[in-house]
Structure formats: structure tokens, C-alpha cells
Design a binder for this molecule. Structure first.
Ligand code: SF4
Length: 451
């Protein structure tokens, strides 16, 4: 029975892989994915439940689809569904079924239940396996062959699920459970399958990929072994690492990366803050000094390393002095890319009851100052590529431009960093590598002159 369905993905790259995994299962069940919800019998919203704003976005999507398509069946999947299944089963009668993210193999069963769902008399069906252990490896028969929602040539590879770090502001461990690392061979097979189908950039993701394997090795990371294994593979490709908790940085990866230029010297290290008092309250072990030492060690071994980070502003108890400490850290660290967020008070997290709370206006002003001060730093960091001959991954054509293309250099991660403009009279294939000279910078973006 081929049913037409539409999927609307929300949230982070990890949630995107879940959406792709569900697409894979439904594809195997011969369900038909449509591009326009008007053609679908079933709408699946793969929600995000991380912070208030994201939760509201997912709920608004449910209300919008229900209003626009009163007769279609709607499944709420993803983190919001996993986190609030029971509450939403009565509070959100607009959905026909709530489907958790801990056993994605059950999506076809859930979809059939939703289609079969009659009058909901105020509460909807819930299918949320509670056992976190299930489902991690029960992915589609060949995860490397799942449909991809990524940019051309790029794919996210989720190497582990869950997290054991328990940062006090974060609800992820409650939503996704304890750390469960995938078998190394399964990840290598998936990467090989992705390369065989023409993918050229493999982005390794997890809540904290530095912790990969520590759940089965009593603490030592297996990320070095994984990079060694990927480095054995033939071909021209990039391996990019995203989400490395700075307190658990597996230093042996630096030497492995130094030996193989396909393993990108790109480090996404969410420091969150630099004031020790705040880091302790966040249940983080590092200090501003230890983070600066980490950055220096990376740059000593890999002078061309690109470092991205995230700062969390307005955490309970953050004084003007703590904030000044962070501003000083920002100046000393000279990071390539910085994302900045204001603290979102999340129930069921230890920080929820922490005081004193920082007024929204003060937090927003501090965030604005960090962002303004980061602009010249990022621009100066990108200037180091000017005049150099580099490799770039083509993303696609600039809309309405005949000879202009967008691409990314090794220092530009998908969807979060700047881009590179390329002018070419001959067509460039999305997902392929080109080589050229970096000739100019416009803001955070670069321009490449083809060789
Ligand atoms: S490392 Fe911390 S912030 Fe990241 S998912 Fe784990 S608990 Fe949350």
C-alpha cells in the first residue's frame, strides 16, 4: 500500500539524521515522499524540543498544518514528542499520533496507526518507546543508502546517540538518554556507502563526538581509532567533525589529522563561557585558561586549524564581571566562528531553579556586544586565506546568476559558517571539488578565482 506523505524537519543535524532514517524506513515500506503537503495523506513533523523558542516553532507548525489541512493525518515526531509525549497527547489534540525518537524502526507502524486514527476525543495516540537502549543500530538496513536532506555532496553521520555530560542548562540527556556509541565498523560501512554514492563531505556528529566510545571503554575516546579507520579509505573526500566538548578533547586526533589533509582541521568546540564560577554552575570542568591552552595546542600542531565555538549568555548568576571575563576570553581566543545564544530556562534541568536570573534585556545586550565584537575577529581570521590556492566543495548555483556558484572551503562548515563565491563560465557540479585562488573577502564570505 503506497501512501503519500510529507515530512517537515526541524532542529539540529542529529535530528536531521533521524528524519533521514525515518525516510529510509518509509522508503523501504514503499511509501511515497511528496514535496508538497497538499498531495500528502500524512504529514510528519520532526520536531525540536531543545529550548522554548524551538519548541514553539514545532507547535506552531502543527497548528498551521492542522488549520490548512483539516482532514490530513498528522504525526508529531522528534525531540518535542519524546520529551512531552504524555502532556502533548491531551494538550495538542491537533495531532493524530505522537512518535518518539528512540526506536525509529517503528515509524511505519506509527504511520499506519496514525492513518487508522479515528475521532481523537481530546487525546491522541502515543508511540514512544521508553527504552533508550533500543533502536540505535536498528537503523535502516543500509544507513549509507538513506535519503539525505543535506546540501549536495555533504552528509551527516551520527556516530553516537545521547549524552553523559549533564550540563546543567541542557535537556538533551533527558530527551535522548545516556551516551550510546555506534559500533566503529557500522560507521565505517556507512561512510563507505556514502562515498560510493558520490558524497564528498562526511560530517561526523553526536551530542559530543569526543566522548565517542567512552561508554564501552570506561572513559577513553575511540574517536582517534575512528579517524584512523576513515583515513584508510581511498578517494578524495573530507571528514569534518562537529560538536566536540572541550572538556573531553581527545588530543591523539591532532596527529592523525596532521597526517591526512582529508581529515579537516576544523574544530567545533562549544566553550559556552570562560568564567570559572559560571562553568562550574554549568557542570563544566574547564576554565578560560584551560580553553585558551587547548586552542593554543591545536594551533601549534595545526596552524591552519579553524575553530568554531558557542557562547551561552545570561546564565543564572552571571555578573558584569563574569561577562567582562568572557569578553576578554573572546579577544584572546581569536576564534574563527562564534555562535551566541541567551540562556533558555528549561524545566527538568538543574539550572532551572538557579538564581539570580539575568533580566532578558541584559542578556540580549550582552549577546549583541559579543556578536558585534566577533565581526572584525572573524573577518581577520578569514583574511588569512587571501591569496592562497585552496580546495573548495561546490554547493550549487547562485539563483538567477548564470556564471556564479556557491562553494565552501575547509574552514566553512555547512549551514553555519560563511560561504565562498566562485565565478565560472563552465558549469560546476554541486558536490564536487574545485581548486582556486582566494582573491577577495566580502564580510564573512570569500571569493575564489578558479585555476
Ligand atoms: S554536552 Fe552538554 S550541552 Fe551538549 S548535549 Fe550533552 S549535556 Fe547537552
Amino acid at each position: 500500500m503506497s501512501v503519500r506523505y510529507y515530512l517537515d524537519p526541524f532542529g539540529c543535524a542529529k535530528n536531521q539524521v533521524d528524519a533521514e532514517t525515518m525516510l529510509g524506513f518509509l522508503q523501504e515500506a514503499r511509501w511515497v515522499l511528496v514535496e508538497d503537503p497538499v498531495e500528502a495523506e500524512l504529514i510528519i513533523i520532526n520536531s525540536c524540543g531543545f529550548i522554548e523558542q524551538a519548541k514553539q516553532e514545532s507547535i506552531n507548525a502543527v497548528l498551521m498544518y492542522r488549520k490548512t489541512y483539516p482532514d490530513k493525518k498528522i504525526i508529531l515526531a522528534g525531540c518535542l514528542a519524546q520529551r512531552y509525549a504524555q502532556e502533548l497527547s491531551t494538550a495538542l489534540p491537533e495531532v493524530d499520533l505522537i512518535f518518539g525518537n528512540q526506536d525509529l524502526a517503528k515509524i511505519t507502524q506509527a504511520a499506519l496507526l496514525a492513518l487508522d486514527a479515528g475521532e481523537t476525543n481530546g487525546s491522541c495516540r502515543v508511540l514512544v518507546p521508553r527504552d533508550h537502549a533500543s533502536g540505535l543500530e536498528a537503523g535502516v538496513s543500509a544507513p549509507g543508502r538513506r535519503p539525505l536532506l543535506s546540501l549536495p555532496g555533504s552528509a551527516y553521520v551520527k556516530i553516537a546517540e545521547g549524552c553523559d555530560n549533564h550540563c546543567t542548562f541542557c535537556a538533551i540527556p533527558r530527551i535522548r538518554g545516556p551516551l550510546r556509541s555506534r559500533p566503529l565498523s557500522g560507521i565505517v560501512d556507512e561512510c563507505r556507502e556514502l562515498l560510493d554514492r558520490g558524497i564528498t563531505e562526511l560530517c561526523l556528529i553526536g551530542q559530543d563526538i569526543g566522548s565517542y566510545g567512552t561508554d564501552r571503554t570506561r572513559g577513553s575516546s575511540e574517536l582517534p581509532q575512528l579517524l584512523e579507520a576513515l583515513s584508510q579509505m581511498e578517494g578524495r573526500f573530507w571528514v569534518r567533525m562537529l560538536y566536540l566538548h572541550p572538556d573531553r578533547f581527545p588530543f591523539p586526533i591532532l596527529e592523525i589529522i596532521r597526517r591526512d589533509p582529508r581529515l579537516l582541521p576544523y574544530f567545533d568546540l562549544p566553550f559556552q563561557h570562560s568564567a570559572s564560577k559560571i562553568l562550574r554552575a554549568m557542570n563544566r570542568r574547564g576554565t578560560g585558561e584551560s580553553y585558551l591552552a587547548l586552542i593554543q595546542r591545536i594551533r601549534e600542531l595545526l596552524p591552519d586549524a579553524t575553530i568554531r565555538s558557542t557562547f551561552l549568555i545570561g546564565f543564572p548568576g552571571e555578573t558584569e564581571r563574569d561577562f567582562q571575563n568572557l569578553l576578554q576570553f573572546q579577544t584572546q581566543a581569536q576564534l574563527d566562528w562564534v555562535g551566541c545564544f541567551t540562556y533558555s530556562r528549561e524545566e527538568d534541568t538543574p539550572a532551572y531553579s538557579m538564581k539570580p536570573r539575568i533580566p532578558v534585556g541584559i542578556a540580549a545586550a550582552r549577546k549583541g556586544l559579543i556578536e558585534t565584537r566577533q565581526i572584525p575577529i572573524t573577518e581577520k581570521q578569514m583574511d588569512r586565506f587571501l591569496g592562497r590556492t585552496v580546495e573548495a566543495l561546490v554547493e550549487g548555483k547562485v539563483p538567477a546568476q548564470t556564471d556564479q556558484y556557491l562553494a565552501r572551503l575547509t574552514c566553512q562548515a555547512p549551514e553555519v559558517d560563511g560561504l565562498t563565491l566562485v565565478r565560472s563560465a563552465t558549469p560546476l557540479m554541486p558536490g564536487t571539488f574545485i581548486t582556486g585562488n582566494v582573491c577577495t573577502r566580502q564580510g564573512f564570505d570569500l571569493e575564489l578565482h578558479l585555476e
